[in-house]
Write a protein that binds this ligand. Structure first.
Ligand SMILES: [Mg+2]
Length: 300
């Protein structure tokens, strides 16, 4: 019997996608950071996202501050909206928790969610609560709608050979707590998509070693990477920077003709956030291959 653990996340998703099909109104379907739907508006598309945090996987059972866990739960969704060039609108929160969870814990969790939602002008407007058996892991799931101007929409699939690959911020060290406190790169993504034609973009949830091959494959490209250029977070090594995951930085590809313009303009707007060229897209079948994967769910 083949199990989810044998296959890994990407293979599991590929298998279940064979069962699904979409209507013509779906502009971008499964496999990107968000689904993109044409709802008949002249200038904008609707974005759809669902996401979950599992106790023991995405946050520690006992030691994680519930306020920060709540912030993270909403921030992950908003980060995915930003990866398409868009913003969040409305969110629904589902929690499934054991009955011996304290109400104070849950209140703090929702305080964190509301803080993040308010910061990014999103509304938490409904949800669902369920119990799980005592001793089982809690699950926090957030689904939401967002929107993106059609002219701004970026997917993972629009990159081409020769495009320069950039990453924002520094990478690695999520395990030291950064994964609970990150600020989604909404301002950065909105600025990029307002001022430049971005070929392909995603947010880094599973690490460059896992996510860059996904972006390259979606764009039907290979990739070359310069390990010396990876912006390694203080206290981390290159392996951690590539593989820890949960950086929630932007990874994007732009035409080499405009790459220098982006590099020159960036620090005037975002002086505190590095922008680093880490490589380029190339023809499929060529280029590099990471030997060490980023975080893949289901792999044991
Ligand atoms: Mg994502």
């Amino acid at each position: 019997m083949q199990t989810l653990g044998d296959m890994g996340e990407d293979a599991v998703v590929a298998r279940v996608l064979k069962v699904l099909n979409q209507k013509d109104s779906v502009v971008v379907g499964p496999g990107d950071d968000c689904a993109v739907v044409d709802i008949g508006k002249a200038d904008t598309y609707m974005l759809l996202k669902t996401d979950c945090l599992v106790q023991g996987i995405h946050y520690e059972s006992d030691s994680s501050d519930p306020f920060r866990v709540g912030w993270k739960a909403v921030a992950r969704v908003i980060s995915d909206f930003s990866a398409m060039g868009g913003i969040a609108d409305h969110l629904l929160v589902t929690i499934a928790m054991p009955p011996d969870t304290s109400i104070g814990y849950v209140e703090n969790l929702y305080d964190g969610m509301q803080k993040c939602a308010s910061f990014f002008d999103a509304d938490i407007c409904g949800g669902e609560t369920s119990s799980v058996p005592i001793g089982s892991a809690a699950v926090i799931s957030i689904a939401g709608t967002g929107s993106v101007e059609k002219r701004r929409l970026v997917s993972r699939s629009g990159g081409k050979s020769g495009d320069v690959i950039f990453v924002t911020g520094t990478l690695g060290g999520s395990i030291q707590g950064k994964h609970l406190d990150f600020t989604p790169r909404v301002a950065e993504a909105r600025w990029l998509t307002e001022n430049f034609k971005i070929g392909a973009m995603m947010d880094l949830s599973d690490g460059v070693a896992c996510d860059l091959p996904r972006l390259a494959e979606a764009s039907q490209c290979g990739y070359r990477i310069d390990p010396d250029m990876i912006p390694v977070n203080d206290g981390c090594d290159l392996h951690q920077a590539l593989s820890d995951g949960e950086d929630y930085e932007l990874l994007f590809a732009v035409d080499s003709q405009i790459a220098d313009v982006v590099v020159k303009a960036w620090p005037k707007i975002f002086s505190a956030t590095p922008l680093t060229k880490i490589g380029e897209l190339c023809d499929p079948g060529g280029g590099d291959r990471f030997e060490e994967d980023g975080w893949q769910h289901f792999n044991s």
